[in-house]
Design a protein. Structure first.
Length: 130
DNA sequence: CAGATGACTTGTG
DNA sequence: GCACAAGCCATCT
């Protein structure tokens, strides 16, 4: 059906160099997500907190949605909700892909939840030391 | 321009 | 401990 485009979150014609008002947020989230060590996981709240918008953890989720369109692959599988549950798995190409990737990283996943999530939790604020 | 949605989090009942 | 509601901000309709 004729839906030309505009499915992505605003194609950045001018990118972030012109008016970095919103895309900065996405890039920040992606940057943090990429810095997540292998075998570790973090939460939307932690990233949001690091960015200073802990009250808007939802926006982090939106950034992950945009991560699909990001050039380099974003290890969004390492980002889970506060319960350690793979809430965003359904947004992957396949619902099981997220778990597969996590297990490949060495993270045990059971019942769509990261096992010993507390132990594997990685806080960007601590790693990046602000 | 206004209303609705969302890969969340926290608080109260 | 579980269920419902409010808050947050950007994007979509």
């Amino acid at each position: 059906m004729p839906k030309p485009s505009s499915k992505l979150p605003k194609q950045p014609t001018n990118a972030v160099k012109s008016e970095p008002k919103t895309y900065t947020f996405f890039e920040d989230v992606w940057a943090v997500t990429r810095q997540i060590p292998k075998g570790r996981v973090t939460t939307y709240g932690a990233i949001a907190n690091y960015l200073g918008t802990k009250l808007s953890a939802r926006m982090v989720g939106w950034a992950m949605n945009a991560a699909h369109t990001a050039k380099p692959k974003i290890p969004a599988q390492r980002v889970v909700n506060r319960n350690g549950m793979l809430t965003g798995k359904m947004h992957f190409k396949t619902p099981t892909l997220m778990q597969e990737l996590l297990e490949k990283d060495g993270v045990a996943v059971e019942n769509d939840t990261v096992v010993e999530f507390k132990k594997l939790f990685w806080d960007p604020a601590l790693a990046l030391a602000i």
